[in-house]
Design a protein around this ligand. Structure first.
Ligand SMILES: [Zn+2]
Ligand SMILES: [Zn+2]
Length: 449
């Protein structure tokens, strides 16, 4: 049937071309006789096609083509017949909800959705949703939200592949190599889909919880976190130098603590929105966060570091100068903070890479005390693999970016240790120590209650 239809269309095309050429060369009478010859031929071909057609829909399609050419009345009613008949051949795309023809079949989605999904999956494209991943509730919105579109398609694809795997495994085992290979291929496919889903959740969680993504920091307005005036007022000449420096330290510390708490909370939220992270025991989750948050924090701060040299700039534009930090922290620690930030800045990372690197730090399997080290190692490897691909796509063949980040991890770890030591040092000042401890406790302990 399809062949006969195609040949009809091809012949129609040839006849039409000849008709057009003739129209330019011949008189109007010659033209009209050629037209009627063409119409007759067309009717014959159509009626032959109609006789061969096996379905009533095809018959109506052919009939309509004939009616169009001859201009006979009753066209409207035939068109209605065609529309109702066509609708039986179409179904709704399970992803975007639009109507699609079964001829472009991709199991459950329209061709546009399938193409978008295939490209996203193969290139490990990472998206995020501005509406907390709920666009799937409204089919009119889903085409605008790449994250929800990819996620919904991925869910359906995963379900289908799992069903196929189950079916294959339930078939009587005939010891043939073919069946074994088919099962292995299907298992691999299910695994690949789960990997992509894992990466998508990291990306979405990063965009949702991190205040340092390019879109947000682009509009940043810089202003001192603590005004110099306030500092100097508190430090009037009547007060002795030692008291003055203690007061300065205290006011910088008080102010800094607020920003620190906000950042730590966003890192905790980032982790807790990744389903793979929640698979770990509460004890493991605590260790993973507590031993890696400084590295992730540095990654965040590296996003704003070029706006003002020698300053720590928070996402709302508030900044602390290096001198202010040196009053609060030790010189050595401040040096290490700025060194870490500048080496991360040099990598020129994209937002999706910052999200993946944050997750890479979080899932490091070698942290002392982690119970499920094997699971952490598996996730860590998945992130490494994805990062290598994403970096290649974003930066061309600059493989050294990945290597440089990995080589920089010990520096971040040493910063983390020094920061922990600094927290212990605050023990000399009971009040400050307890405030820092409260922030840490609130972020890492109470959130797991
Ligand atoms: Zn669709
Ligand atoms: Zn969405």
């Amino acid at each position: 049937m399809a062949t006969s239809k195609k040949s009809t269309q091809r012949l129609d095309g040839e006849a039409h071309n000849r008709l057009t050429t003739s129209a330019q060369e011949s008189s109007s009478s010659a033209n009209s006789s050629l037209s009627s010859m063409f119409l007759d031929r067309n009717r014959k071909l159509d009626s032959a096609a109609e006789n061969r057609s096996s379905t009533s829909c095809d018959a109506i399609e052919n009939k309509e083509r004939k009616i169009d050419l001859s201009g006979i009345e009753g066209e409207q009613s035939d068109k209605r017949d065609l529309a109702s008949c066509s609708s039986t051949k179409k179904s709704l795309c399970e992803v975007c909800g639009s109507e699609w023809s079964q001829e472009e079949a991709t199991d459950f989605a329209c061709y546009t959705c399938y193409e978008f999904y295939w490209r996203s999956k193969e290139l490990r494209k990472l998206y995020y949703c501005q509406f907390s991943g709920t666009c799937m509730l409204d089919n009119t919105k889903i085409k605008n939200c790449e994250y929800c579109r990819a996620k919904k398609h991925l869910g359906l694809d995963k379900k289908l592949n799992k069903e196929q795997l189950k079916k294959l495994e339930s078939e009587p085992f005939d010891l043939s190599m073919v069946q074994t290979l088919r099962i292995k291929y299907q298992q691999k496919e299910v695994e690949r889909l789960a990997d992509y889903e894992f990466l998508l959740t990291i990306s979405h969680s990063h965009y949702t919880n991190c205040d340092y993504i390019a879109m947000k920091t682009k509009k940043i307005m810089l202003h001192p976190a603590i005004s110099i005036e306030k500092e100097s007022q508190e430090c009037s000449s009547k007060i002795a130098d030692a008291t003055c420096s203690e007061q300065q330290k205290h006011s910088i510390f008080e102010c800094f603590l607020g920003f620190f708490a906000k950042n730590i909370n966003s890192i905790v939220k980032f982790a807790k929105q990744i389903p793979a992270f929640l698979e770990f025991s509460l004890q493991d989750q605590r260790i993973m966060l507590k031993s890696n948050y400084i590295g992730i924090w540095m990654l965040h701060l590296s996003r704003t570091s070029e706006l003002l040299p020698n300053a720590l700039i928070f996402s709302d534009g508030s900044y602390f100068t290096r001198q202010q930090l040196e009053i609060m922290y030790h010189f050595e620690l401040v040096d290490l903070i700025f060194e870490s930030i500048s080496s991360l800045t040099r990598l020129r990372l994209h937002d999706d890479e910052v999200g993946l690197f944050s997750a890479l730090l979080l899932f490091q399997p070698d942290k002392p005390g982690i119970g499920d080290r094997d699971a952490a190692r598996i996730y860590y490897k998945k992130i490494c693999k994805a990062l290598e691909l994403v970096i290649r796509i974003n930066h061309g063949n600059k493989d050294e970016i990945f290597a440089e980040f990995i080589n920089g991890i010990p520096q971040l770890q040493s910063l983390h240790t020094k920061h922990d030591e600094m927290l212990q040092m605050f023990g000399r000042n009971k009040e400050e120590s307890s405030k820092f401890a409260a922030i840490i406790k609130e972020s890492f302990e109470q959130t797991f209650a």
